[in-house]
Design a protein around this ligand. Structure first.
Ligand code: PMP
Ligand code: GLN
Length: 378
């Protein structure tokens, strides 16, 4: 078969979770919590199902949920989106990202992606006949090089994909980064696709710099967030996009034929649950606590900690333990030591191996304790 994606194999998350299961290892690889969603959210889902919300939701999403999303976005970032024309519920952030790319990238268009990058971006662009152009994020703090980005912009650049807080590195862009991006794009018709699924997971006194705080970015951005991350429900696959009307009109042309509409009862349940006060602060405190436990223990090991300002991922270097490649090292970690991690080379288009692996700390205290016990012995 003539493959549309000849370079693509099975996503690393599937590969590592399967290996973890096969070896009965503690799974700190794929990013998902090993604890359950709040009981009252589960009860709301049950209620919504029994209340008969079991047929197609409207194409753009249940109005109650779109209203709750618009309220949240306005409260947090000060931008008012029209519920009818500028907010769309998607089947996970993955589908939102894919749909935005399918709707906006023409064959031959260039899309700037910062590497290391979440693994769905490049294949999604390539399936549309777009060309991925990589910008560099460099260790140890993975800052973008804005002069380089400036040089990468050409008349064919159609889109820039940004992701802060960043998977896999846990770095968070600053106000200065956003201002640099805003200035570079001024006067162009380049679209920003902003993956903000970890918007509520920023630690210490750091602020999440949504593109929505920058008018010159907001006017050209599709912003994606995911309820999976925010409410410990990655299995529900419910997320949303907001964008100015003209962009969202194009987005919906594709959305209606990619998925048409999203699981209805989850949307009703989430609309109610989103009104709960204090959730985002609680979430941040929960993950900051887990990050601190993880870092505290690892700081007494031979792993070298890289900074972590956001997300639920911690990257480490392991050169004091082994000179293996990162894939070989994580394979040995899972088979011999019973802990699964993600090799960061999976986030590089050319498989570049920087000797860095990623652990997910969205795990119960008991799981973390057991995993850390194994890791500090290495
Ligand atoms: N973007 C990033 C950066 C992610 O880490 C993830 C999930 N791990 C997604 C998108 C996909 O989110 P969803 O599960 O809602 O499709
Ligand atoms: N985003 C999660 C991660 O980075 C996993 C998503 C997936 O399995 N596709 O681990």
């Amino acid at each position: 078969i003539a493959s549309r994606l000849p370079q693509v194999g099975t996503t690393i998350f599937t590969v590592m979770s399967a290996l973890a299961q096969q070896h009965g290892a503690l799974n700190l690889s794929q990013g998902f919590p090993d604890f359950d969603a709040p009981a009252d959210l589960l009860a709301l889902l049950d209620e919504a199902t029994r209340a008969g919300h079991n047929q197609y939701a409207p194409m753009a999403g249940m109005p109650v949920l779109r209203e709750a999303i618009a309220e949240k976005v306005q409260a947090l970032y000060g931008v008012a989106y029209d519920v009818d024309t500028e907010v769309t519920v998607t089947a996970g952030a993955t589908q939102g990202l894919f749909t935005a790319i399918a709707a906006l990238v023409h064959p031959g268009d260039e899309v700037i992606v910062f590497a290391p990058a979440y693994d769905s971006y490049a294949p999604s662009v390539e399936l549309q006949g777009g060309k991925v152009v990589y910008a560099t994020l460099s260790q140890p703090d993975w800052r973008p090089d804005w002069d380089e980005v400036g040089r990468l912009i050409t008349p064919r650049t159609r889109m820039v994909i940004v992701n802060s807080p960043h998977n896999p590195t846990g770095s968070v862009w600053t106000a200065d980064d956003m201002a640099r991006l805003e200035a570079l794009l001024q006067g162009t018709d380049i679209v920003v696709l902003s993956d903000e699924v970890y918007e509520h997971m920023v630690f210490d006194q750091v602020r999440h710099e949504s593109v929505l705080r920058y008018p010159g970015l907001a006017e050209r951005s599709v912003v994606v967030s995911s309820f999976g991350k925010t409410y410990h429900i990655t299995g529900w696959k419910v997320a949303y996009c907001v964008a100015p009307r003209a962009l969202m009109a194009e987005f919906r042309k594709a959305h209606q034929f990619i998925v048409f509409t999203v699981h209805a009862p989850s949307q009703v349940a989430l609309a109610t649950f989103m009104k709960r006060p204090g959730w985002y602060e609680q979430l941040k405190a929960l993950y900051q606590g887990k990050r601190d436990i993880f870092r505290q223990a690892i700081s007494g090991s031979r792993f070298e900690l890289l900074p972590c300002q956001g997300t639920y991922f911690q990257c480490v270097r392991y050169s004091a333990i082994s000179d293996e490649g990162d894939r070989a090292f994580v394979e040995r970690l899972v088979t011999e030591h019973g802990v699964a991690a993600i090799p960061v080379s999976a986030f590089y288009p050319d498989g570049r191996d920087e000797g860095v692996i990623r652990f997910c700390f969205a795990k119960s205290a008991a799981t973390l304790e057991k995993a850390l016990e194994r890791l500090i012995r290495l």
